[in-house]
Design a protein around this ligand. Structure first.
Ligand SMILES: Nc1ncnc2c1ncn2[C@@H]1O[C@H](COP(=O)(O)OP(=O)(O)OP(=O)(O)O)[C@@H](O)[C@H]1O
Length: 256
């Protein structure tokens, strides 16, 4: 069997802010059905690298390729349409609407291409069913009638994941998904990401500082430092690298 081409690639991806090179010639390929954690010290360029992939920032140089198509100069909506989904873009889409309506609206936006083929009524039923399915998947069904702005923080984060799933992206990007969560909320989000990962069609990129989260989820770790890719490989091997332990995570191997 021939190997599939990577779903996502960056080639020499670079961005400069004035004289500062925040992402420096990063070349990396991501295979379908994998979860890659992106680690590195504060200011290493992780979020900027995400912004270049999702389209919030335009590259100074290099390319971003999705499914063999160059998307480097496309807008965020164009990239979203092609299959790049990023959790934070969807936060509190319509804070005054309830949870179910928020998910339905995203499902509707996703399905809008087929508008002429379905009657309004059957289409509406289908979208409601799709919303219910997604809310079951993220265990938010009991909050389906709650107004988003009144949801507890943990449930808002679950809704972000629900909106992402409703969008049906091929590449799912999470930037510190457990940041600011209480200890009992963290396992719920991790379990959701694990479930997404087990669906082989989904490719996940995760920026994360917590090593226990990375250990439990990642198939691969890449390390950025001063904007450059300095390590890439199997989690156990990358975590054990002295350079990661000492310089990037500030811990001894025993403590990490
Ligand atoms: N819009 C911008 N204008 C100028 N400098 C920027 C901009 N965005 C990011 N930077 C700089 O680029 C570098 C990389 O920042 P980035 O936020 O990507 O790091 P990070 O690895 O995500 O850090 P953290 O772990 O703290 O979130 C930093 O030096 C930051 O100050």
């Amino acid at each position: 069997m021939t190997k599939e081409h990577p779903i996502l690639e960056t080639e020499g991806l670079t961005i400069r802010f004035g004289g500062h090179v925040a992402v420096d010639q990063v070349s990396c390929a991501f295979d379908r059905g994998t979860l890659t954690a992106i680690v590195g010290p504060n200011g290493a360029g992780k979020t900027t690298y995400f912004n270049l992939i999702s389209g919030q920032l335009r590259a100074s140089g290099g390319t971003v390729i999705l499914n063999g198509e160059e998307i480097t100069r496309m807008s965020v909506p164009e990239r979203t349409k092609r299959g790049i989904g990023r959790a934070f873009q969807l936060t509190s889409l319509f804070p005054t609407l309830n949870v179910r309506e928020n998910v339905r609206l995203v499902a509707q936006a996703k399905a809008s291409k087929g508008f002429d083929m379905l009657s309004m009524a059957s289409r509406h039923v289908h979208l409601i069913e799709r919303a219910e399915h997604v809310l079951n998947e993220v265990r938010l069904i009991d909050q389906a009638d709650s107004v988003v702005s009144a949801l507890p923080h943990g449930d808002q984060r679950k809704l972000e994941v629900a909106l992402l799933i409703a969008l049906g992206p091929q590449v799912l990007m999470f930037d510190e998904p457990t940041a600011g969560m209480s200890v009992d909320e963290v396992p719920v989000i991790l379990e959701l990401i694990r479930k997404l990962k087990n669906d082989m069609d989904r490719t996940i990129l995760l920026v994360e500082h917590k090593m226990d989260v990375i250990r439990s989820l990642a198939d691969r770790i890449i390390v950025l430092h001063n904007g450059a890719l300095v390590a890439d490989g199997d989690p156990a091997e990358v975590i054990a690298l002295p350079v990661v332990q000492e310089a990037y995570l500030g811990k001894t191997p025993e403590a990490a």
